[in-house]
Write a protein that binds this ligand. Sequence first.
Ligand SMILES: Nc1ncnc2c1ncn2[C@@H]1O[C@H](COP(=O)(O)OP(=O)(O)OP(=O)(O)O)[C@@H](O)[C@H]1O
Length: 315
Amino acid sequence: MVAAIEIDDLRKEYGDVTALDGVSLTVPEGSFFGLLGPNGAGKTTFINILVGLVRKSGGEARVFGHDIEADYREARNHIGVAPQEFNVDRFFPIREVLEHKAGYHGIPASEARERADEVLKQVGIYEKRDTRFDWLSGGMKRRFLIARALVTQPDLLILDEPTAGVDVQLRHDLWDLITDLNEGGTTILLTTHYIEEAERLCDEVAILDSGRVVTVSTPDELMDSGTDRITVTFRDPIQSVPDITVGDGHIEAVDVEDGRLVVAASRGGVVAPDLVRELDDAGYEIVDLDVSRTSLEEVFVEMTRQDTAVPEGQA
Ligand SMILES: Nc1ncnc2c1ncn2[C@@H]1O[C@H](COP(=O)(O)OP(=O)(O)OP(=O)(O)O)[C@@H](O)[C@H]1O
């Protein structure tokens, strides 16, 4: 099966600034792929290269097997993109903006109207079809950008920070919408600063930092790589650390805090049942157990931690 996106050693320099420093990635067809990274990591540059807005300095990029430069039209026709910025024609009613977009992609006028109506219904702003973009609320603008990306029925939908600045309700609505699209077969490439969003939606994430891929993994695998915290509360508070033999190398630290046992371990969910069994066998009476998993956010911060020390004299 041909990959939705295949990138090999992609590079981009803007003068002295290296925005992409040899990125290689494969986004399988049908996947929900997250691209995470701190500000300036190179995410937007990556997207802009894919859609032909920025010219790469080196490396290869293919979309559904089509080279993004040699086969630009073919590659571009597979992609729908909802950008971070509101780059929309503000003078026409939004339905017309969609019709123009469809027309530009070679869709006949009669079909363009149908498509426009269909996607406006899909994102829930059909009743605003005769309104100009400027007059939509912030949330409706986000919805409209997705509608515009969908009007050409793309196989690959690229969403650059789709839920930036929207309220919780709309964020959940958008999540439902894009999950449905993915379940219908559309490959999704999502960039986001809301790590929870990636954790919930993506089946694979790449973490980009300073133009390089730090890791590509499932959210679960990434969270497994962090340290979880297991807290055991006893009927009679303990004073000293009991003997613990379980854990199979996953336990990193054991402490007593306020009469409770606190264990730092990788794979806390796997360690906790064995730990409880061992303590129970040793005669401890347990009244509460809490396992707090490392969040993807903590793993992300750890992996992209910058050296924030300020050189002397520059504070
Ligand atoms: N047109 C440009 N000219 C010069 N430098 C640029 C240009 N566009 C981006 N850069 C630089 O390239 C680097 C990567 O920027 P990019 O916008 O791709 O990052 P990003 O991961 O999308 O960031 P954010 O999360 O803030 O949107 C940054 O150092 C940025 O300043």
